[in-house]
Design a protein around this ligand. Structure first.
Ligand code: MG
Length: 402
């Protein structure tokens, strides 16, 4: 399907608001963030970036690079007001808006031509309205999918508008691989070791070779190197999250018990998602240790999950980033947020035949649950062993508010 996606991103947002509110700061290096010994730079103006300063840098280091920089504290309420005004401008053109942060969004403007003109004209109108009505500049990228649109908005930053050609090769092939979505420093290093530096280099590798090297992430790299991305624009749903947590009568020590408990939680969360016809894109795992210290780990999985086994798979991955299994655990929770209507498009994490079996199984579990109630239906691995010892004392149900 041909879609028209615009990615919009305000330029140096917090710092630009500071420069707007205090005209004396315009043209100066401005750092927004904590000025105490351990403060970090939350945002910096383009003038400050010329000194090699970037966000997340320790303030002390930034001030060494540019001792004359002006430091301002974060004023989140003020930034929120600007953000609301900017998003209200977006909403004049489409209601298919995926909010990424206060200053960044995807708009799906497929089919809006007759009302507002071509996607490029819409992007230009939004940029003009934002400048006139809020005094801020915003960069825009226009493309046939989210991946390309986001690359495009960055291409002419600040105050830029870039339209990705179709086919996108002349734009995409020269880009360094670290610009690809999901390519972090580790993957980037592995690619460099293989002598791969640009998207054009990556394009030389077959799907099979990439999968052999990087597993399912390899399939994604294969598609991205061809400019393919089928993720939809996800409009946030009213409900924040759906989740369950269990506090155990005896702290869980053994990894097998932890695994069984996670499967149980995944089953219950998945069943509720499907009951409401929702999928969730952000999976969050919560682990509370015996000493009551609590950690959460989360991962975004697009385009969204509603089946127990895919949720479980992500939760198990997140579990590896905790000390569960080494330290006794008194509570586990799984929640999904970024909810929207839909059904899981499987195949990202599982292959075809296995996927069909899983979805048949999920359907059967839902039916049995309706008939016998939640506790009546558990998959075989939940029923083995001494489940009673670790049986849930309280079933925390509902939103986790995070
Ligand atoms: Mg921005």
């Amino acid at each position: 399907m041909n879609r028209s996606i615009i990615h919009l991103d305000l330029d140096a947002f917090y710092a630009s608001v500071e420069q707007y509110d205090d005209p004396q700061l315009r043209g100066l290096p401005v750092l927004v963030g904590g000025n105490s010994g351990r403060g970090v730079v939350c945002a910096c103006s383009y003038e400050a970036r010329r000194y090699g300063i970037h966000s997340a840098m320790p303030m002390v280091k930034a001030l060494r690079l540019c001792p004359t920089a002006v430091v301002r504290p974060v004023r989140m309420e003020r930034y929120r007001q600007f953000s609301d005004n900017v998003f209200a401008i977006f909403a004049r053109f489409t209601d298919r808006i995926e909010t990424l942060s206060l200053d960044e969004a995807f708009l799906d403007v497929t089919g809006c031509e007759r009302l507002f003109g071509s996607p490029v004209q819409i992007a230009a109108q939004i940029r003009t309205a934002v400048r006139q009505e809020t005094g801020l500049t915003i960069s825009a990228g226009v493309a046939r999918n989210k991946f390309l649109a986001k690359l495009a908005s960055d291409h002419k930053k600040p105050d830029g508008l870039y339209v990705v050609p179709d086919p996108p090769d002349s734009f995409l092939l020269p880009l360094p691989l670290k610009r690809l979505w999901g390519v972090g420093p580790v993957t980037c290093q592995r690619l460099e070791k293989l002598g791969l530096h640009t998207v054009a280099d990556l394009r030389q590798l077959s799907a099979a070779r990439l999968e052999q090297l990087f597993g399912s992430a390899g399939r994604q790299l294969y598609r991205l190197s061809r400019g393919e991305d089928s993720r939809p624009v996800v409009v946030a749903s009213a409900a924040h999250s759906i989740g369950h947590e269990d506090t155990f009568e005896h702290d869980l020590q053994n990894p097998m018990e932890v695994h069984r408990s996670l499967l149980d939680l995944a089953e219950r969360v998945a069943s509720r998602l499907r009951g409401k016809g929702l999928v969730g894109s952000v999976v969050q795992l919560k682990v509370r240790y015996a000493d009551f210290s609590t950690v959460t780990r989360r991962r975004t999985v697009d385009p969204g999950l509603d089946s127990a086994l895919t949720i479980l798979q992500v939760a198990e991955e997140l579990l590896l980033r905790t000390e569960a299994g080494q330290r006794p655990v008194r509570l586990l929770g799984i929640s999904l947020s970024q909810l929207r209507e839909g059904h899981e498009v499987q195949g990202e994490l599982f292959g075809g035949e296995q996927r069909d079996r899983l979805s048949a199984l999920d359907g059967a579990v839902d039916q049995l649950r309706q008939r016998y109630g939640v506790k009546g239906v558990q998959r075989a691995s939940l029923m083995t062993g001494d489940r009673d010892e670790s049986a849930a004392k309280t079933g925390g149900d509902g939103r986790d508010g995070s």
